[in-house]
Design a protein around this ligand. Structure first.
Ligand code: ATP
Ligand code: MG
Length: 359
């Protein structure tokens, strides 16, 4: 699936934008503050109904307006069309797929797998484990749609158990939740581990090609190695009762990536960290394509930042090779050269207006 039409209304400085993106590469250029990142933000919004820049939707809605709207037409390899619509205000989220109202945001995400590479990309390594869990879960969700259900059940039970811990209920009442918690934890952990088994070899290849080195990647399940989750819950019971929450489980999982036994966030340069996260995103896109045939949408904001010309060139070739539909921003019309064989469209952004440049 790829986007063939994109209409954006009242997203930041984009009042009313209509474009027809190309299947492969869409090169979006314009001066600072013209609205390039906002175009990418609109596509991202359509996939997950939230922004990658802020948790406050009112900051994304054009000043003095009450809601934003993004509409897109998707086309698959058999030329079948799907339409997606999102309307968001501070109070409500309205989703429409093929002109029918849909409640779950996950229905949008399933149709529109979107990845982003921007100047903040290295933060995936530097920030807390939550972001690395989200990274793994993006991959698992797109290849195994019922993963979301296990995840939602797990969090519901976890909340109940934590409430019992906080209320200082007796041990029996608290452990009443254990069976369900353990059952869902097992599904989540197994799905994540299976996913990573397939993901890691693809990731290693990208790291080798992009960086000429190899790293070790290890999944931390969220409780002590060598113990079952059941035993660990028993072992941490006293501590958890004191603290009023469940301190172990898949909600505490993490992904450790190390180079010569040192976590990469503690030894890699900023540029190396960026390349490594690019390798992670590329590997997810490739894995999804291999596993399900689904094409991702890749938003690349300001690629030039902190990458030298050799690495930039290398990365562009790999981005193109994934067959994802690319949306790449730059400040200049000729900031970088795209491989000659790829079909590309160019768009110029000026004061919130986006126009296709006929080449
Ligand atoms: N809620 C809003 N309503 C209207 N305009 C906004 C809103 N939020 C941000 N803006 C403005 O939108 C403009 C476009 O921002 P955007 O981040 O898309 O620019 P850009 O082209 O990516 O710039 P750069 O090259 O500096 O990254 C900016 O002038 C910004 O101040
Ligand atoms: Mg920008």
């Amino acid at each position: 699936m790829h986007l063939t039409q994109l209409d954006i209304r009242q997203v930041r400085n984009l009042h009313d934008v209509k474009i027809k993106p190309g299947k492969q590469c869409n090169y979006i250029y314009g001066d600072n503050a013209s609205g390039k990142t906002s175009v990418l933000e609109a596509i991202y919004l359509l996939s997950v109904a939230r922004s990658f820049r802020t948790t406050h939707i009112k900051h994304v809605i054009t000043h003095e307006q009450s809601s934003l709207q993004v509409f897109a037409r998707l086309e698959n390899q058999h030329f079948e069309q799907t339409t997606l619509g999102l309307e968001r205000s501070s109070q409500k989220t309205r989703i429409r797929i093929n002109a029918e109202d849909v409640k779950q945001v996950s229905a949008l995400s399933a149709l529109l797998p979107v990845q982003i590479i921007n100047p903040d990309v290295h933060k995936l390594l530097e920030q807390g484990p939550k972001y690395r869990r989200q990274f793994i879960d993006w991959g698992v969700f797109h290849v195994e749609h019922n993963f979301l259900q296990a995840w939602q059940h797990y969090y519901r039970v976890l909340k109940q158990r934590n409430a019992a811990l906080r209320k200082k209920q007796n041990k029996e009442a608290i452990n009443l939740w254990n069976d369900q918690l353990i059952q869902h934890a097992k599904t989540i952990t197994l799905s994540r581990e299976n996913y990573l088994t397939e993901f890691i070899p693809i990731f290693n290849q990208y790291v080798d090609v992009l960086m000429g080195l190899s790293v070790d990647i290890e999944y931390q399940r969220g409780w002590n190695r060598g113990y079952s989750f059941t035993d660990s819950l028993e072992l941490t019971f006293d501590k958890d009762s004191l603290r009023g929450f469940t301190s172990i489980g898949p909600h505490r999982a993490d992904l450790d990536i190390s180079y010569n036994d040192i976590l990469v966030q503690n030894c890699f340069s900023r540029g190396q960290q960026k390349l490594l996260v690019c390798a992670m995103r590329l590997a997810q896109i490739s894995h999804l394509k291999i596993k399900t045939g689904q094409q991702s949408i890749l938003l690349v904001d300001d690629l030039a930042a902190e990458l030298d010309i050799h690495h930039r060139h290398n990365l562009i070739q790999l981005l193109v090779d994934t067959e994802a539909q690319l949306f790449v921003t730059a400040t200049e019309q000729n900031s970088f050269v795209l491989p000659a064989e790829i079909e590309s469209k160019m768009f110029h952004v000026e004061h919130g207006n986006v126009k296709e440049v006929v080449q």
